[in-house]
Write a protein that binds this ligand. Sequence first.
Ligand code: FPP
Length: 250
Amino acid sequence: MATSLPRHVGIIMDGNGRWAQLRRQPRIEGHRVGAQSVRDITRAARQLGIEALTLYAFSSQNWSRPVDEVAALMELLRDYLVDERPEIMDNQIRLFAIGDLERLPALVRDPLDALCRDSAHHRGMTLTLALSYGGRESLARAARSLAVQVAAGTLDPRAIDVEALGRALPTGELPPLDLLIRTSGEQRISNFMLWELAYAELVFVDVLWPDFRRAELDRCLEAYAARERRFGLTSSQLADTDSDVEPTSG
Ligand code: FPP
């Protein structure tokens, strides 16, 4: 069976706005302190030996937020990419990005592209930022790319199965998603990694993202370790097998 440490953790970082509101501060202050949580959790995940950490930093739908909030978030992302570059490079972290990256302004896109390129050979941990990302949009793009190959005569439609579609997704090279954490008490998926969530364990915590630090992550990992992952089998079948029975990647 799977070891008790998840290989791949995804996080819906929610509650920045409420954190700020509770302190009578502008929403962006919640995002700013939330960026500190990103640093803290990334460092903790790397130290723990988690192979992949995927953070939902900006959804396809977030473009519809007030213009000044979107602009401030883009500046925060740029600052993060510039400030964290040494930490990412020194710790063998591979930065990866998923989503409609073309929509990002150059102030984010340029340092993002550079850091993804320069860290591509790192094997310590893959940190994936979901930016301008939507799970449905991602699936539609993967379906489109397969359809293009079929139309070009380079792909037999009968070869499109679960593995092929999983590989066509931008997460296709990452380990299967084992654990999804959502902060702030909301219990929704909000268009995050819809395909990849198929067999993930879900942990919802009441803590707002700016307050989510190493101790909170440890608690989520303990909750994960206590779960029995069955992948559609029965408990007694699981007891009979020593191997990881997850049927598919992704
Ligand atoms: C959700 O909280 C959070 C976001 C939409 C943005 C997440 C951004 C960060 C954590 C900071 C920058 C990211 C990186 C990678 C450095 P919300 O605003 O929806 O909170 P609310 O539900 O309380 O209003």
